[in-house]
Design a protein around this ligand. Structure first.
Ligand code: HEM
Length: 550
């Protein structure tokens, strides 16, 4: 008996010792699992060969393994909630301090932004949202993104170790590789590059109008889903020169490709907050949607690279190939471009249409502005004119402000940094509390929770108007900010204007107008609990226009 107890005690001590050794190292979850499986097998073999105890070797192995795991777990938890932890002075929910799995779970529900709003309301400007994560509800948190030494946190790491780590969006292997890759992408997002893809946006927008009319059932159409199809088709043209099988506006998404893509993004944005877990799940069927998204992008990339026919414009693939990115490195860039470029734009346009329908006085004001510039609603829309329209841009900014609660953690560099007067130690993951900042009276006054596009026009809400443009984080901040921002604006300005010029939108009877925005689930992909089913009718006087899928 004494020997069994001393063995268990020894296993517990090894647990504490391994915590001391491993606590600040970033070991991949799948490697750790392999290591522990091998260690367990070795221990079992040793016990079997040497033990004289009547207890079956398997039982002894499980007991020792459990003693080890329990002591490791307890030591980890005790340290994380102890005053010795470097983030001990920052308040936050105990469960968040204990494990990253809690925030991962909250994130998976799509309600991380409102959870963090509540925590900031309770604890103040700084909240410890994970064992090693701090969120800051203050405009001075912008300094995190201006600091050239902060890096993307480990939470952006791609689970697949075979993929080259210089694709955009994910944690790059080096800043230099990230900059080089960005330079290659950049060509499309210049004024000249954007001009080349504009005809594709125009063509797809006519198809969108056609789909909105054709898909009506019982007098309503799912505007959100149709905009999702439009955005995916646009990105198919922008990224792969249209050499895809999507044509979602024409055929719908019967294979659930968009759903898979959204789910893959959600898994990354939630489970990714516990990177060790994502490393393990990556090998299991649970993440098959992530693999499916990648496989689809790979196959489209191959089709595009082997294309016989010359394109009459330069798509993003053209820049990648000219930039010399090898084929086997492009698949991740392709997934990123398709996903980052479609779901985001579609969601924001969906919200724009919703807000304008919920606030008819704003819709009227926007239409007035557009009618003045474009007396023929079906005529050409000049992008330079659209770019300069104050109310149109106000509508887009206001919708972005209210609906893009991104979570953008950065790793604090060696030497630590000071944020809002507080020292943050090296290695901490730190992020601005986007949603709380977007909704704060400190930045947006009056009525920060209300859709009021005029706040983006100087003095638009009266002499007291406060609009802190700097804290609008909808396109990210600093060196990793959205490279597609200008394309997104081009798409949103063009398509929203066309919709407002051509159609009247109305809620059908019984639509839960107030519930729609509250039903938003946000996981870097946006889900709508309530579909945006609207009555869409042509404005009086608009009879025929070019709609067909020719
Ligand atoms: C309304 C539309 C869009 C929104 C709100 C949006 C938002 C964002 C945000 C917040 C980030 C930074 C993420 C972070 O730091 O964690 C980002 C990055 C990125 N976005 Fe967008 N985006 C939009 C449209 C697009 C489009 C059209 C593209 C075109 C391909 C695109 C491509 C990218 C890429 C490649 C990155 C990673 C940049 C890097 O790592 O350097 N986005 N986007």
């Amino acid at each position: 008996m004494a020997s069994v107890n001393s063995d268990l005690f020894a296993a517990g001590c090894v647990g504490v010792a391994s915590w001391t050794v491993f606590r600040s190292s970033k070991i991949r979850g799948d490697y750790a699992l392999l290591f522990y499986t091998a260690a367990g097998a070795l221990l079992y073999t040793l016990i079997r060969l040497t033990s004289e105890s009547p207890e079956p070797p398997f039982t002894t192995t499980v007991k020792l393994g459990s003693a080890y795991a329990l002591s490791l777990l307890l030591t980890t938890v005790a340290y994380r909630v102890s005053p010795f932890h470097p983030l001990a002075k920052f308040p936050g929910p105990v469960l968040c301090k204990v494990t990253g799995l809690y925030l991962a779970y909250i994130s998976f529900t799509g309600k991380r932004h409102s959870f963090l709003d509540r925590q900031h309301a309770r604890y103040g400007r700084f909240v410890r949202a994970g064992p090693n994560i701090i969120t800051v509800n203050s405009p001075s948190a912008l300094t995190i993104y201006d600091n050239p030494n902060t890096t993307k946190s480990e939470l952006y790491r791609i689970a697949d170790r075979d993929l080259v780590h210089s694709a955009l969006f994910f944690k790059p292997d080096t800043k230099r590789n990230h900059r080089d890759r960005r330079r290659i992408w950049h060509g499309l997002f210049t004024t000249a590059g954007l001009k080349e893809v504009l005809p594709s946006i125009e063509r797809r927008t006519w198809q969108l109008l056609y789909a909105l009319e054709q898909r009506q059932q019982n007098g309503v159409v799912d505007v959100g889903a149709t905009l999702g199809h439009w955005a995916f088709d646009v990105m198919g043209d922008v990224v792969f020169g249209g050499m895809t099988d999507f044509e979602f506006l024409k055929k719908g998404d019967s294979n659930g490709i968009m759903r898979s893509n959204k789910l893959a993004t959600t898994i990354m944005d939630s489970v990714g907050l516990s990177p060790w877990l994502l490393d393990i799940l990556w090998h299991l069927p649970a993440t098959k949607t992530m693999h499916a998204s990648r496989d689809l992008a790979t196959s489209m990339m191959r089709t595009r690279m082997k294309a016989e026919r010359a394109l009459d414009y330069r798509d993003l693939s053209s820049y990648w190939m000219e930039g010399g990115i090898p084929e086997n490195q492009l698949e991740l860039d392709a997934v990123v471009a398709m996903t980052a470029g479609s779901d985001t734009t579609a969601s924001n346009l969906t919200f724009c249409v919703y807000f304008l329908t919920a606030h008819p006085e704003c819709a009227r004001q926007l239409r007035q502005e557009l009618d003045k510039e474009f007396p023929n609603p079906a005529g050409m829309l000049d992008m330079d004119i659209l770019q300069a329209l104050p109310y149109l841009n106000g509508v887009i900014h206001e919708s972005l402000r209210l609906t893009t609660p991104y979570f953008m953690p950065r790793e604090v560099p060696v030497g630590g940094m000071v944020v809002d007067g507080h020292f943050i130690p090296h290695g901490t993951d730190i992020t601005i509390a986007t949603n709380s900042q977007h909704m704060s009276e400190e930045n947006f006054y009056p009525d920060p929770l209300t859709f009021r596009p005029a706040r983006w026009i100087p003095g638009g809400l009266g002499p007291e108007t406060k609009t802190n443009k700097n804290v609008l984080c909808s396109f990210g901040l600093g060196e990793y900010a959205c490279i597609g921002k200008m394309l997104a604006y081009q798409e949103m300005r063009h398509t929203l204007s066309r919709l407002v010029l051509m159609y009247d939108f109305a809620f059908p009877e019984g639509f839960d107008v107030a519930g729609f925005p509250q039903g938003m689930q946000y996981t870097r992909s946006t889900y709508f609990e309530i579909p945006l089913l609207l009555k869409v009718t042509r404005r009086p006087g608009i009879t025929g226009f070019k709609t067909a899928f020719e």
